[in-house]
Each structure stands twice: as C-alpha cells, then as structure tokens.
Write a protein that binds this ligand. Structure first.
Ligand SMILES: [Zn+2]
Length: 186
C-alpha cells in the first residue's frame, strides 16, 4: 500500500461525510445483484442520492482498475477494453459508494457505483461482482448534491459533447460485453 501525498490530485471524485442513518445485518448474499436488492430496501425514494457502506467477510470479490492514462486521453470506452480485473477470495473488507437517481445521468452514473477495499488495504477497485458471507450495510440518505468543475483551459475547451450515453453505459457494463475486462471510475 502507498499512501497518497496531499499534493496528489484526482480527475474525478465523489465524496461525502458518511453519517449512517440505518444499518442492517446481511448473511449469505450470493451476488452483487442480490446485494443491490438488499440495498434497495434502504432507499425510500428513487429521487434522492444515497451513500452506502458495506463491511464484512466476502467469499468472493471481483474488481477492476485501469493504469494511469496520458494525453491525449482516450475515451473511457477504449480504456475499458484493456483494463485489468482482480479477484479476491475469503477476505475481510469494505464496499463504499453511491446510488444516484436517473436525473443525475450525464453528471454521474445513475444507479449503484461501489468500490471495494480490503481490510489490510492491499487491494480493491471498482466493484464488478461479490459474494458476501456476512456483514452489515449502512446507508446515508443524501439530499444535497454539489458539483465542482475544474477551472482550466483544457476543461473549458474539451469536447464533452462527444461522450454518448450509450458509451457511458457500455463502459459501466463492460463486464457483460467483454467478459471481465473493465475500467476504473470513481
Ligand atoms: Zn468505480
């Protein structure tokens, strides 16, 4: 593990001060789809933002991550074609992430977006699949959304109109299309 220095920047981040409002115990969650079913029960409305934290013992976790990119930066869908995936078996760890409403599409990805981090911080990534043996899930119902944009020439002039919705969806669902090759995005 390498701890990032304060001067290190990230091109995109979604963050919150997590204040759990409800917590449930989970056992024998066989897949990410089943986990989403359980997290759905903690969402009282499709029109709010939610932060989730799932801690526990995972029988299996599959994640993805991409190496650093350089200028001119390729579209996400091209990066996701060659991204490495990682697998973990019988590990303690934490899932953290968000559920965004459909109207947030374009500024963020609607639906669930979770990242995994092993308890010993030696591995993790963007969650593709998991089996949760036992653990707990906590939710923070979020009624504010603030977006900060970079103030520089590159962002001011880059053609963001070329990013099609179908490309974003393809990048997010690469696991289905490319059988495991996906990209890092958070
Ligand atoms: Zn991600």
């Amino acid at each position: 593990m390498v701890e990032a220095e304060d001067r290190v920047k990230t091109p995109f981040a979604v963050v919150t001060w997590f204040k759990p409002e409800q917590q449930v115990q989970l056992t024998g969650i066989e897949s990410y789809a089943r986990l989403q079913d359980e997290l759905d029960k903690l969402r009282p409305s499709p029109n709010l933002f939610y932060a989730f934290k799932v801690e526990g013992t995972f029988e299996y976790v599959q994640t993805r991550s991409v190496p650093p990119q350089s200028k001119p930066y390729p579209p996400l869908v091209e990066v996701t074609d060659i991204q490495p995936t990682f697998e973990f078996h019988d590990v303690e760890g934490t899932l953290a992430g968000f559920w965004c409403p459909s109207y947030a599409g374009g500024a963020n990805m609607p639906g669930y977006h979770l990242h995994f981090l092993r308890e010993d911080c030696t591995g993790g990534g963007h969650l593709l699949e998991c089996k949760l043996a036992e653990g707990s899930a906590a939710v923070d119902i979020t009624t504010e959304f603030h977006m900060y944009l970079p103030e520089n020439d590159h962002f001011t002039h880059v053609d963001l109109g070329s990013v099609e919705k179908v490309d974003i969806e393809r990048a997010e669902q690469q696991i289905n299309i490319y059988n495991g090759a996906e990209a890092w995005r958070f």
